[in-house]
Design a binder for this molecule. Structure first.
Ligand code: PMP
Length: 427
């Protein structure tokens, strides 16, 4: 038995399913989850001493690779001054200033502790601001585990076969309306059928949580126009795309200004952090400036702020990071395409910048229905064939992969080689 196997056996007796977040259990791909001991740069190491090339990167935030030295240094400095005060700090002001500087639509911002908290708060603010109850989300988008979002949810919810989770009340579910991603007409019909009742439209502007799915030309602008016409707030959930697809996230890349934005993970340099922000007049309804209540003892935690500031400052001062991420993403996906031509395969690759998914289907993937045509047992075999070759992928077809600038051209070529060999083995 490997150490990971021993730990998982024990974990299953102590923690539901043996894990603290469902996808980690490797249920969708078979096999035993790796218990991770450490990670550095482009590599992650398990408890058995195996080394893997990292393509999850903590589900996004490790855009500079693991244990990036300026972030480590900032944390070392910060811990000398205690770990939490539950009181305002200079670092929170610096963080707010930096986020507002980097993310085009954010004029005021509030820190929270996770992406889930950020989206829950953003929707409450939208409801409080508009005085309306309903919400439109897209099938296959994941916005954390808040009750309102566990309706046709992606990521772990679909991987575990529970896109509509038990435990969410019928009343809550009734307030969440869903449309297929990239379907403006469906959104328009929902708005017409619920006139003056929709507070917000929330989406991942580039989806990571049904695998990587791109907005079709005109989709984001179309949503912006529909929201403007109907007094609805547009919320971009940039928990994955923020500071990754561009310095200012997907909103910068596509030139669309949402009313509210949710951010996560990366703002803490990998520590538990989230944030929501947006138009000043909207954010000023948040307590204590206004009546919409939202709070957090650990919010703006000084260690997390220190890590995040070091990370975001580096990104802000090194735009070459984004050019490099583009190069890496293009090199990898071009390599995958060349392999598929060689092998006579025609699987779909969706890719933008440093996010990509290889879908085990020949159908173009523009929404959740398309994503669900993938051959999931084949994905499971492919995942394990890659793992055997030292590549650490997300253990589900319904996830994006994330590259970091710690990768070199040589490591990308190694991934391309592993991909070709893995496909040969499993087809
Ligand atoms: N929104 C999106 C787009 C996400 O990808 C996630 C998590 N992967 C969340 C929200 C929830 O974030 P957290 O897991 O930090 O609660």
């Amino acid at each position: 038995m490997t150490t990971s196997e021993q730990l998982f056996e024990k974990a299953k007796t102590l923690i539901p399913g043996g894990v603290n977040s469902p996808v980690r259990a490797f249920r969708a791909v078979g096999g035993n989850p790796l218990f991770i001991k450490s990670a550095k740069g482009p590599y992650i190491f398990d408890e058995d001493g195996n080394r893997y090339i990292e393509l999850i990167n903590s589900w996004g935030p490790m855009v500079l690779g693991h244990a990036f030295e300026p972030v480590e240094e900032a944390v070392r400095e910060a811990i000398q001054h205690s770990f939490s005060f539950g009181a305002p700090t200079r670092k929170e002001v610096e963080m707010a200033e930096l986020i507002i500087d980097m993310v085009p639509s954010v004029e005021k911002v509030r820190m929270v502790n996770s992406g889930t908290e950020a989206t829950m708060a953003a929707v409450r603010v939208a409801r409080g601001f508009t005085g309306r109850d309903k919400l439109i989300k897209f099938e296959g988008c994941y916005h954390g585990h808040g009750d309102s979002f566990l309706i046709a949810a992606g990521s772990g919810a679909i991987t575990m076969g529970t896109p509509d989770s038990p435990g969410v009340t019928k009343a809550t579910a009734l307030d969440t309306l869903t449309a297929p991603f990239n379907d403006l007409y469906a959104v328009e019909r929902l708005i017409d059928a619920n006139a003056n009742q929709i507070a917000a439209v929330i989406l991942e502007p580039v989806v990571g949580n049904m695998g990587c799915v791109l907005p079709e030309p005109g989709f984001l602008q179309g949503l912006r126009d529909l929201c403007d016409k109907n007094g609805i707030l547009l919320i971009f959930d940039e928990v994955m795309t923020g500071f990754r697809l561009a310095k200012g996230g997907a909103q910068e890349r596509f030139g669309i200004r949402p009313d509210l934005t949710t951010l996560g993970k990366i703002i803490g340099g990998g520590m538990p952090v989230g944030a929501y922000g947006g138009r000043r007049d909207i954010m000023d309804v948040v307590s204590p400036a206004g009546p919409v209540y939202q709070a957090g003892t650990l919010s703006g935690n000084p260690i997390a702020m220190s890590a995040g500031l070091a990370m975001l400052r580096h990104l802000n001062e090194h735009p070459d990071v984004y050019a490099r991420l583009e190069e890496l993403g293009t090199r990898l996906t071009d390599g995958f395409r060349a392999s598929m031509i060689k092998l006579g395969l025609d699987f779909t690759i969706n890719h933008l910048g440093s996010m990509y998914t290889l879908f085990m289907t020949e159908r173009p993937v523009a929404n959740f229905v398309d994503a669900k045509t993938c051959d999931l047992p084949l994905f499971g075999r492919y995942f394990n064939a890659m793992l055997k070759r030292g590549i650490y992928l997300a253990p589900s077809q319904f996830e994006s992969l994330f590259l970091s600038v710690a990768l070199t051209d040589e490591l990308v070529d190694q991934v391309i080689w592993a991909n070709e060999e893995a496909l040969k083995e499993v087809i």
